[in-house]
Write a protein that binds this ligand. Structure first.
Ligand SMILES: [Zn+2]
Length: 339
């Protein structure tokens, strides 16, 4: 069966150089003895990148093709890996995003049957980012935007970013909302990457950003806006009915001005797709597919951080019909990316 992997990450050499050169956060530091690069998201929050992982992130040819073939993946949807361009100062972030998009476009053009690309942007300069999204889609042939759960101290529901959301809706391209380390101080303090990283903080920061977007009314303003969440919807499918609590018990919202035409769960089911990435428990995967419906779930592995063949095995083992699996493996991705 044809498989498209919606969550596959890369770095460019120039991006790595920028991380190494950066004086503030995020930055990259090499431990030569251990052959590990440490990605410093913030003080005390360090992610280890082994030599092998970095090699995989930088390789967009033979080694990656081999991994794809072994897992039976025909095509990867490429996106710049975390921390992306969102945390740099605005001019540097904007410059980096453009260079990444230029290179990504060249790689996709060279391998049109193997790769599709999502643009990187620096929303900290919203006007430039909106223009760059248009250039990336119209001139470079990229198919959407991959962003991170917070941007230099704020979330995407902030109205200054809506110019980019408006552009995405107008261009008809999806926004992949990917985790990064959380803004909430208590999630960064005391336990480093164990609390702030993928095990916990990543998920809750991304779910928080998504919930803020829903409550902001952005989906009433831009009803055709499409978001994608990775990692089984960052736990939100599990919480879906509970998200509606203030709306089915309206006294709870007293004193808060919120005008939404639908319940939060309805926006989530209408405007959000979820990927299957992450080393997840099988019952969580089944819950996600049943809650979202098989037409809203995208196969995703989080390459090269996770093992793609195992991610395929987990979907193969689900009690789903061939038609349902076909949708999850490639039809939904083709639909949302306009392939
Ligand atoms: Zn990822």
């Amino acid at each position: 069966m044809e498989i498209i992997d919606f969550e596959a990450h890369f770095y460019t050499k120039e991006y790595v150089k920028a991380l190494i050169k950066n004086k503030s956060y995020p930055k990259y530091k090499k431990d030569r003895e251990k052959n590990i690069h440490w990605l410093w998201y913030a003080p005390n929050v360090l992610e280890p990148h082994t030599g092998q992982l970095l090699e995989r992130l930088l390789d967009l040819s033979e080694k990656r093709f081999k991994d794809m073939a072994e897992a039976g993946v025909k095509m990867q949807v490429l996106s710049l890996s975390a921390p992306g361009c969102e945390q740099f100062n605005p001019p540097l972030g904007t410059k980096l995003a453009k260079k990444v998009n230029d290179e990504l476009s060249r790689i996709v053009e060279k391998n049109p049957d193997k790769f599709v690309g999502l643009a990187a942007l620096a929303p900290q300069d919203p006007g430039e980012a909106a223009d760059e999204l248009e250039r990336a889609v119209k001139e470079l042939g990229l198919k959407g935007w991959k962003t991170h759960s917070n941007i230099r101290g704020t979330y995407l529901d902030n109205k200054k970013f809506w110019i980019i959301l408006e552009k995405a809706e107008k261009l008809g391209v999806p926004i992949f909302l990917h985790p990064t380390i959380p803004l909430i101080r208590e999630l960064r303090k005391s336990y480093g990457y164990a609390l702030a990283g993928p095990a916990f903080g990543f998920t809750f920061d991304t779910a928080l950003c998504m919930m803020r977007l829903i409550l902001s009314g952005v989906f009433d303003k831009y009803p055709n806006l499409k978001f994608v969440l990775g990692h089984l919807g960052e736990a939100m499918p599990f919480l879906l009915n509970r998200l509606d609590f203030p709306f089915v018990r309206p006294w709870v919202t007293q004193g808060v001005k919120m005008k939404l035409s639908k319940k939060p769960s309805e926006y989530f089911k209408n405007n959000v797709y979820v990927g299957t990435s992450g080393e997840s428990h099988n019952s969580a995967l089944i819950c996600t597919v049943q809650t979202m419906g098989y037409d809203k779930v995208l196969f995703a592995s989080d390459y090269p951080y996770e093992h793609t063949a195992k991610a395929v095995d987990r979907i193969n083992a689900l009690p789903l019909s061939d038609e349902e699996k076909t949708r999850i493996y490639h039809l939904n991705a083709k639909n949302i990316l306009g392939l």
